[in-house]
Write a protein that binds this ligand. Structure first.
Ligand code: TRP
Length: 446
């Protein structure tokens, strides 16, 4: 059974917060331990440059995110863990995809359109302040995904459109360069939205997000964590007054860290009028008990950045050798970035394909008449023996006329036309190949 490839990128533009932990890091580490999955997690530092043009911040964020994922249990010898910019094949594929992506589709990307809409609102030029990186963002993301033929891409809802675009670019490439040579270069990815992973509320009750500046850093020191949790906005109900768990940020945060049993007990405590101070204290203790051991590992890792650097480089270098470089070699060939010394012999399947499959008739030492169907170098079908060249020729005529659709196999590689035995498939050949070869011959005759 082949493994399902799960891939996701983390833009290196900030410090990981509790929302990232609950929404991405924790579920990803769990998925990476499942059987049947090959996981790819990478630091999307090229993507970061679109928004963050402060080099120290890009570097800092890259280090913090790498240390966070490792501290939370990602095992770099069991998953592919790498930095996007350590894999130059991403950029090479980025260009190949840029040249098949339609500009119109990029005009409709949400992130770009949002900028345009904002500009229109304030009466600015559509593209004021928009860098071309923002416009091309979905193509770079498609390169990340398609380079490794990822099947599943866990993302937030805001990224679903980008996965659809990756499918579109991959499909176009397959159609343009793959179909003529009978190859499929790219698997088409699917977005995975974790339905039962909570979206955490931030300090002000809106979704926890660095764009709202309402986050709680995942590895804030214990006393900072406490202070931040105590600053969560609540209503003014006094201790003793019943509180609604479902509309409470404090409760939602608690639920994301607690067991089902603990959650039920807290819900009851809310109904019974637990005071906000007490609820926040319980929340703080609950989060800290999960995070404290990870925080210790994180601090340890942050003190040894050279080791993190080595882990990332090692991941990228193995990944390049295993997948990225061979894939790019095929893709370069596919689009025509080729070794010139190989033009004379055709060099590619497509060139070889200019010769159609043919029937070859001959007589064997047993005195009987035979034919075979060959496609280039490849023997597809070997006929049964015939008394005369004429009956052999007539059967060829019928095959050409009736085509592959009338053929049927008998399991033991024997091929029949109606009830007449035509012959046998050569070792390793599928009936479908013969059908396809006949279809090509018919198409050529028409
Ligand atoms: N754009 C993604 C985000 O901001 C990050 C990302 C970059 C990504 N490349 C990717 C996610 C490829 C999934 C697959 O969340």
């Amino acid at each position: 059974m082949s493994l399902t490839r799960v891939l996701t990128g983390i833009t290196t533009s900030g410090t990981p917060h509790l929302g990232n932990y609950v929404g991405a890091i924790r579920p990803a580490v769990a998925t990476s331990r499942q059987a049947g999955v090959e996981s790819f997690y990478f630091l999307a530092d090229y993507h970061a440059l679109i928004k963050v043009q402060d080099p120290a911040r890009v570097q800092r964020s890259t280090l913090e995110i790498a240390a966070s994922w490792l501290a939370c249990g990602l095992e770099p010898d069991k998953v592919w863990f790498y930095r996007q910019s350590d894999v130059p094949e991403v950029q090479e594929l980025n260009w190949l995809l840029t040249c098949v992506a339609s500009k119109g589709i990029l005009n409709r990307a949400h992130a770009y359109k949002a900028s345009v809409d904002k500009n229109r609102e304030i009466g600015e030029d559509d593209d004021a302040g928009v860098n071309a990186g923002l416009f091309m963002y979905p193509v770079l993301m498609a390169a990340d995904i398609l380079l490794f033929n990822a099947n599943k891409v866990p993302v937030g809802r805001d990224q679903v459109q980008h996965i659809e675009m990756a499918r579109d670019f991959g499909q176009r490439f397959n159609h343009l360069y793959g179909e003529p040579v009978g190859e499929e270069f790219f698997a088409l990815p699917e977005a995975v939205i974790e339905e039962n992973v909570a979206t955490l509320p931030g300090l002000d009750g809106r979704k926890m997000s660095k764009s709202y500046d309402n986050t709680i850093a995942l590895f804030a020191a214990r006393d900072t964590l406490k202070k931040l949790i105590y600053s969560i906005v609540t209503d003014s109900r006094a201790p003793g007054e019943a509180k609604d768990a479902d509309t409470s940020n404090v409760f939602q945060l608690y639920q994301a860290f607690a067991s089902a049993q603990e959650t039920t007990a807290m819900r009851q405590a809310f109904a019974d009028g637990i005071g906000w101070g007490e609820a926040k204290q319980a929340l703080f203790e609950r989060i800290d008990s999960e995070v404290a051991p990870l925080r210790e590992k994180y601090e340890d890792l942050m003190a040894r950045p050279a080791e993190i650097e080595a882990v990332l480089r090692d991941g990228a270098s193995r990944l390049r050798a295993r997948y990225a470089q061979p894939t790019l070699a095929r893709l370069r060939e596919a689009v025509g970035l080729r070794d010139l010394s190989r033009t004379s012999d055709g060099g590619t399947k497509k060139a070889l394909k200019t010769s159609l499959p043919v029937f070859k008739q001959y007589r064997e030492k047993d005195g009987r008449f035979y034919f075979k169907l060959v496609d280039g170098e490849r023997l597809l079908l070997q006929s049964a023996g015939h008394e005369s060249a004429r009956t052999a020729g007539q059967l060829i005529g019928r095959l050409k006329q009736e085509g592959g659709a009338a053929l049927h196999g008998a399991g033991n590689a024997a091929v029949h036309l109606g009830d007449e035995l035509v012959g046998h498939l050569h070792d390793g050949v599928e009936l479908a190949e013969v059908v396809e070869a006949l279809a090509q011959m018919v198409a050529e005759d028409a």
